[in-house]
Each structure stands twice: as structure tokens, then as C-alpha cells.
Design a protein around this ligand. Structure first.
Ligand code: C5P
Length: 324
């Protein structure tokens, strides 16, 4: 392993841990806007084997999509607008997991990665929000199977969600956070950003698309899991889309390659590969508990350091191949 990679690894891990410790002081002041009431314990410093962590995750948390029978949607007569079949239904019917899945963090460190062919070789490629492939194929690939899109991208006019062709003919999952203890009705009345208007419009126009809304209540058990495995207090905001992407794919894939989620030696202040904005918060967390997510993802992987910190590929074995 090149000495540059070894040095990068130790600096990065120190940086992630420092961010976590700083979050302890944020915790004391933060307004807890989502009303998080966590009663479990913090994680310990004990090193746990990756398989055990992933199998515990399987027992503790899963993402759920809204279904036709969910209230208030049924009573409001909106139920038919949700897809009638579960997400990844074709694969579920085959009773066979995807062999390989790639989750592409949109990080600036993807620039000059030359990972495009490797990314496209996966059965499933998960991307986020409006991250483009056109013009970036060499570094990020051309294939998109799934997009996880937040409610800001769906609702804000500048993203032109209804007309942008990057959202056509793929599986889509829209999400918006709810309060820690809120019901679907409470959330529907006051989402952070209105994802519903454009969701209903798109569903009416393209009823056969695989377009789902995440049940926002299912994000909090994932936060609980991260907190239960982190030896410091966590930021009381929901996990990032990147971590949700991992949780979405672990039940469906033999392995999930997280690409530039844990930044490689190409680590940069640049937020996204597709724009020039510089902000370390994008990589280390300014709102989501990203530093904790990344340290946890690292402990769920058995990839060697050159793969993770040299190439930017963190491989996590999925539930089907771990038999847990
Ligand atoms: O910025 P955006 O939310 O669209 O990015 C998608 C996901 O990629 C984030 O939720 C985060 O998990 C990951 N990401 C990252 N480092 C960055 C930018 C994004 O880990 N610099």
C-alpha cells in the first residue's frame, strides 16, 4: 500500500473523529428540531467484526416505502397514485439478489477517479438528487438504475424536476424528513419541503414508473442504529441520502460498493464532482450525522486500505451473501 494512502487514511480517520467530538458540543446547543428522543445507549470503542454489524443492522432497521393502504392517503383518495408493487419487484419475484450494486456519493473527489467503467459494471447503480452523468462518464459512469431524491430537489423550481430527463425510466425514491415521533398524517400536513405536489403530478403523467416515496418514519431507526454504534453524541438530524442508499440496497445485493463515500486520496474541499462549490461540510457533515455514518460504514467493510483510501471503493457485503 503506497505511503500516501497510509498517511491519507490516518489523517482522514482523525478528521472524522474530530468532527464527531465537536458534534458533542453541538448537541448541547442544538434545538432538536425533529424532537429526537433516543433512549438507547451510545456505541462503545470495542471493535466489532463487519458481519456482526451488518447483521445487527438487518435486525434493527429497514427502509419502507409508502403503500396504498397508508393513511391519510387512502382516505384522501390518493392511494392509487402510489405504485401497486413493492420496490425492486422484478428482482424480488426472481428471488435472486443483484450480484453487485454501486452507490455513488456525489463527492468532488470523484473528479479524475476514472471509475466510470467500474461503476457501470455493477448490476445496479444508485445516484442522488440531480447528479448528472452526461459529460462525466469517465469518472462516474453512464448507467443509472436508481435515484434517491430529496424533497428540495423535487419542489424547488430551479431543479425543474418535472421536465429533467435524468429522472425518466429508472427507479426513484423521494424523501423528506419527519419528526422522530410523528405520524404520517402529521408529516403530510407539514413536510419540510412540499414533495407531494410534484409527486402526484409525475405519477399522473407516468403511472408506470417505479417512483416511490420513502416512509419518513423508517429513517429514524437508522439514526438510532448509527447512534447505538457511535461512541459520541450524534447530530439529531436524519441520516444522509448516501447512507439511506446503502440501507436501501443491503437487502437486495450480494455486495454494495460505496463509491467516494469515504473520501479517497483525491479528497478535496469541493462539494460535488459536478459543480465548483467548495465546502468541507458536504464531506464531513454540516447537517446530517455524516462523520458518524462514514466511520460506521468503514467498520462494516472488509475492503483493504488501497481499495478504500486509494481507489475510493468501500465494499460492504449485503444481507443475502452474509446469510444473517
Ligand atoms: O449533496 P447530495 O445530498 O446530493 O449528495 C448525495 C450524497 O452523497 C450525500 O447524502 C452524502 O451521503 C454523499 N456525499 C458525500 N460527500 C460529498 C458529497 C456527497 O459523502 N462531498
Amino acid at each position: 500500500i503506497p505511503s500516501g494512502v497510509v498517511a491519507h487514511k490516518s489523517q482522514l480517520v482523525v478528521q472524522l473523529r474530530r468532527v464527531l467530538l465537536d458534534e458533542g458540543s453541538i448537541f448541547a446547543k442544538d434545538k432538536n428540531v425533529y424532537g429526537v428522543k433516543y433512549t438507547g445507549s451510545k456505541g462503545t470503542m470495542k471493535k466489532t467484526p463487519p458481519r456482526e454489524i451488518v447483521c445487527n443492522l438487518k435486525k434493527s432497521a429497514a427502509l419502507r416505502m409508502l403503500k396504498r393502504k397508508d393513511e391519510p392517503f387512502k382516505t384522501l383518495g390518493l392511494d392509487d397514485l402510489f405504485p401497486g408493487k413493492p420496490v425492486f419487484n422484478k428482482q424480488r419475484e426472481k428471488k435472486q439478489p443483484f450480484r453487485s450494486c454501486a452507490v455513488i456519493a456525489s463527492a468532488g473527489s470523484l473528479v479524475d477517479s476514472q471509475l466510470g467503467n467500474f461503476i457501470d459494471s455493477h448490476d445496479v447503480v444508485v445516484r442522488f438528487n440531480h447528479a448528472p452523468t452526461e459529460g462525466f462518464e469517465g469518472d462516474v459512469g453512464a448507467k443509472t438504475s436508481v435515484r434517491i431524491v430529496n424533497s428540495q430537489v423535487i419542489s424547488k423550481p430551479e431543479f425543474d424536476f418535472l421536465n429533467n430527463p435524468i429522472y425518466d425510466n429508472i427507479t426513484m425514491v423521494a424523501w423528506d424528513p419527519c419528526n422522530y415521533t410523528s405520524s404520517l398524517i402529521q408529516w403530510y400536513e407539514r413536510p419540510d419541503f412540499d414533495l407531494f405536489t410534484n409527486y402526484w403530478t409525475r405519477r399522473q403523467k407516468r403511472p408506470n414508473d417505479d417512483f416511490y416515496i420513502l416512509d419518513p418514519r423508517s429513517a429514524w431507526p437508522i439514526w438510532n442504529f448509527i447512534q447505538g454504534n457511535t461512541p459520541a453524541r450524534l447530530r439529531r438530524n436524519p441520516p444522509s441520502s448516501g447512507f439511506l442508499g446503502l440501507i436501501l440496497m443491503l437487502p437486495m445485493c450480494n455486495h454494495v460498493d460505496m463509491i467516494e463515500y469515504v473520501p479517497s486520496i483525491r479528497q478535496t474541499k469541493r462539494c460535488h464532482y459536478y459543480d465548483t462549490l467548495e465546502d468541507n461540510g458536504c464531506t464531513f457533515g454540516a447537517w446530517h450525522p455524516l462523520a458518524a455514518e462514514k466511520l460506521l460504514a468503514l467498520s462494516m467493510s472488509s475492503s483493504d486500505d488501497n481499495e478504500i483510501f486509494g481507489r475510493g471503493i468501500l465494499r460492504i457485503q449485503g444481507y443475502p451473501s452474509l446469510n444473517c
